[in-house]
Design a protein around this ligand. Structure first.
Ligand SMILES: [Cu+2]
Length: 353
């Protein structure tokens, strides 16, 4: 009787310690900072699908990339929202070496190094137009979200991610402190497996978060059933939207039968600067005639840009509208952006069509 009671007491104590330990680990990963939740980052995806069962050897065959990640450093999963750097002043590309993009340049002493390993990471099906979501339980705010996607032809199964493998597809404006931020992403004609690379520049400090999310484009418009965070279509994630329809017959550009509208103006704004480079936004504002298309000429050196298509000839750059932002109402405006190197771009002229 005494022995049995003692045994029960011991078992209870062990259970209490294990429970307290698990609660401590979970809370350290759940209430500070944030991460891209849809499509889930590699660490968050492995956390969601295996944190309750992370020593299960079945993971080796069912989900080998999560297995190697859990073997390398379980702390990466428990702290799925802690993948950030500080005080980079917007110079993400200068601070994060090629091959280490998914670990934020081996931040936190390399805690997330396993995220850089190429392989068949669990990937979610996404339509080519989708809403990316970021979870921020601490409500830090967002100066911007930059969303890159790998170029068609890059193979995430065999290649480590580099800046050259990525194309910047969108950048959001500032978003007020909240628990969720979003970005509308248009992946163009991409098909197959890709990495979506998101930079979240938080607003409370110079704190920048990096996220590798694995997706498959062109596999249909419905997210596949899986144990991931992808909840399927919902009112807040409607997929393709009428506000970003891509090329359409209703935006044919200039035609000889329509009179030319009366001009446009282009205004430069510097978003951030660092030694040797800067990030800029250009506002294009239509005149009283509106526009069916526009192009902005200037002098400068570009590293990359978004929301316009760019042609360069020597130091002369011509930025032309993309399908969804060529048409502007009278006095209406839109913006495009770019990363510039060297001295600040000058001589902005706008032509409306
Ligand atoms: Cu934080």
């Amino acid at each position: 009787m005494n022995w049995k009671r003692a045994q029960v007491a011991v078992v209870t104590t062990v259970t209490a310690i294990v429970t307290a330990g698990a609660a401590l680990l979970v809370s350290s990963g759940a209430d500070a900072h944030g991460a891209v939740s849809d499509p889930a980052t590699r660490a968050y995806s492995c956390y969601l699908r295996w944190s309750g069962d992370h020593t299960n050897p079945a993971m080796q065959t069912q989900d080998p990339m999560c297995w190697q990640a859990w073997q390398a450093e379980p702390g990466a999963m428990w702290n799925w929202n802690g993948l950030f750097r500080e005080n980079l002043a917007g110079n993400h590309q200068g601070a994060i070496p090629d091959g280490t993009l998914c670990s934020g340049g081996l931040t936190v002493g390399g805690r997330y190094a396993a995220m850089d390993v190429p392989g068949r990471w669990h990937a979610v099906d996404k339509p080519n137009n989708f809403t990316l979501k970021l979870n921020d339980p601490s409500a830090h705010g967002a100066d911007y979200l930059q969303v890159y996607i790998t170029r068609q032809g890059f193979d995430p199964v065999t290649q480590r991610l580099t800046w050259g493998a990525l194309e910047l597809v969108t950048q959001t404006g500032r978003q007020a402190p909240s628990n969720t931020y979003t970005a509308q992403v248009n992946a163009g004609n991409r098909t197959g497996r890709h990495i979506v690379y998101t930079i979240w520049q938080a607003s409370h400090l110079d704190q920048s978060y990096y996220a590798c999310s694995d997706v498959i484009f062109g596999g249909g418009t419905q997210p596949s059933p899986s144990r991931s965070s992808s909840a399927g279509p919902s009112p807040s994630n409607p997929g393709p939207s009428p506000s970003n329809p891509g090329p359409s017959p209703s935006n044919p550009g200039p035609s000889p039968s329509n009179p030319a509208p009366t001009g446009c103006t282009a205004t430069l704004r510097i978003i951030s600067q660092w030694p040797g480079g800067y990030q800029a936004e250009v506002q294009v504002t239509a005149g009283t005639g509106g526009t069916r298309s526009w192009s902005v000429g200037f002098t400068g050196t570009l590293q990359n840009g978004w929301n316009a298509s760019f042609a360069t000839s020597g130091s002369t750059v011509t930025a032309t509208n993309v399908a969804h932002n060529g048409t502007l109402a009278p006095n209406g405006s839109t913006t495009f952006g770019f990363i510039g190197t060297g001295t600040q771009a000058t001589g902005f002229t706008c032509r409306a069509g």
